[in-house]
Write a new protein. Structure first.
Ligand SMILES: Cc1ncc(COP(=O)(O)O)c(C=O)c1O
Length: 420
């Protein structure tokens, strides 16, 4: 049935204010944050310690450090795995920038591998071909809450004696073959920023089961002070270091949210199922998958447009953006998650992070090739995707999921109106 699109002056599908913001805040959050404030121990306080123990128990780690971001946790992972000057680290060509700039932070060189179109994760069958004598580690990103097929990654890592770092910033609670994200490799970084399923405003976790890696990672956390601020700090820079610990207020917020996280994950499953059902059969869409053995947390529900089926060029980004404007006019809050694949970002094109071409220019480094033809799948995904992030989460329920699917269906069944 032809309906006038809201962008062309028709009625919008979802009224203003229907979709509620993330995360839900209740008295548990208020009480814990105010109690932390009143305790006057704002750094290395009781919540700081407790959130580490609680997250370790929730996800299954021996050692957890609460950090000021997922980015810093990932840098701690890279440092823990001893990736430094001249070393190469295999990374996906599509992710958040700091999944890869964390490698540069420790002077090592990223080597990009294209993604698999269905899972949007690193193509595990292409990892081995990227291994060289300089490769030290593989960073896998469990993107949008879908785990990488970790058994395959671990096999390659074992064959070549490589460390495996898991970027779990979007993967709280996600599992592969029944095992949690973050518990497969040598160490993992989680994020607790505003958008994440465990929100503390900003913050993150550095996690491992290996005490030696834990101490190595922690050494970069407090300006190179060692053995660390918990054990009689000397305030002496033994080595290069940063300032990566978080604070007690954020820890209190994270604890309150962690106590509700299992409930959130259940609600998101229900909402995503309703949304998915509502989108089945909508023309020109490629819906996301959760292959057998994967438990997707639906952090980000990503749709691709089949632009060719609409008579467009497969990479017609301008038309993709027009579709997103039409969704927004219907009240559907979707967006392009990233506008560039990672190797197309300026720091990698210029091969210059610290000036004078470093770390690529280090005499110990071998030349690496970032020519963009190597990443056709990541580029196609980049140009054709859109995503729904927090609207599928509580306090929003299945009614919102149903409305969003209706709004998208309306646009996709009337795309010809966008040419008018
Ligand atoms: C996949 C991924 N990795 C790393 C990060 C960095 O986390 P943070 O913002 O806490 O530094 C993010 C944040 O959005 C992310 O989505």
């Amino acid at each position: 049935m032809s309906e006038k699109l809201a962008i062309c002056g028709g009625e919008r599908t979802i009224a203003e204010g229907v979709i509620k913001p993330w995360p839900p805040i209740d008295d548990i959050d208020r009480e814990m944050v105010v109690a932390s404030l009143d305790a006057h121990k704002h750094v290395f306080g009781p919540n700081d310690k407790a959130v580490q123990d609680e997250f370790a128990a929730w996800n299954g780690h021996k050692f957890v450090q609460f950090t000021n971001s997922g980015t810093s946790a990932l840098h701690m992972c890279v440092a823990a795995c001893n990736c430094g000057i001249g070393d190469e680290v295999i990374v996906p060509a599509w992710s958040w920038p700091s999944s890869v700039t964390c490698v540069l932070h420790n002077d090592a060189i990223p080597v990009f591998v294209d993604i698999d179109f269905d899972t949007i994760n690193i193509d595990v069958d292409k990892i081995e071909a990227a291994v060289t004598e300089r490769t030290k580690a593989i960073i896998v990103v469990h993107l949008h809450g879908l785990c990488v097929a970790m058994d395959k990654v671990m096999e390659v890592a074992k064959r070549h004696n490589l460390k495996v770092i898991e970027d779990c910033c979007q993967a709280h609670g996600a599992t592969y073959k029944g095992r949690r994200a973050g518990t497969w490799g040598d160490c993992a970084g989680f994020s607790c920023n505003q958008n994440k399923l465990l929100c503390a405003g900003e913050s993150g976790f550095f996690c491992t089961d290996d005490e030696e890696l834990f101490n190595k990672g922690k050494a970069v956390m407090a300006f190179g002070d060692s053995p660390g601020p918990f054990d009689d700090p000397e305030y002496h820079a033994y080595a290069m270091g940063w300032k990566y610990n978080s604070n007690d207020l954020s820890a209190a917020f994270a604890r309150a949210q962690l106590s509700k996280l299992d409930g959130y994950l259940e609600r998101i499953q229900e909402n995503a199922a309703v949304f998915d059902e509502g989108l089945h059969g909508v023309p020109h869409l490629i819906l996301p998958v959760a292959p057998e053995g994967h438990w997707h947390n639906w952090y980000n529900y990503t749709i691709r447009f089949d632009l060719e089926s609409m008579g467009r060029d497969a990479h017609d980004v301008a038309f993709r953006n027009k579709l997103l404007e039409a969704f927004a006019a219907e009240g559907v809050p979707s967006g392009a998650w990233q506008r560039f694949i990672l190797p197309a970002m300026t720091v990698f094109r210029a091969k210059n992070a610290y000036g004078k071409g470093y770390p690529w220019a280090a005499p110990e480094a071998a030349p690496v090739d970032y020519s963009l033809e190597q990443y056709p799948v990541a580029q196609l995904h980049c140009d054709t995707h859109t995503c729904i992030v927090s609207a599928l989460r509580p306090p929003n329920g299945p009614d919102v999921a149903r409305l969003m699917a209706q709004g998208i269906r309306k646009v996709m069944e009337n795309v010809e109106q966008l040419d008018a």
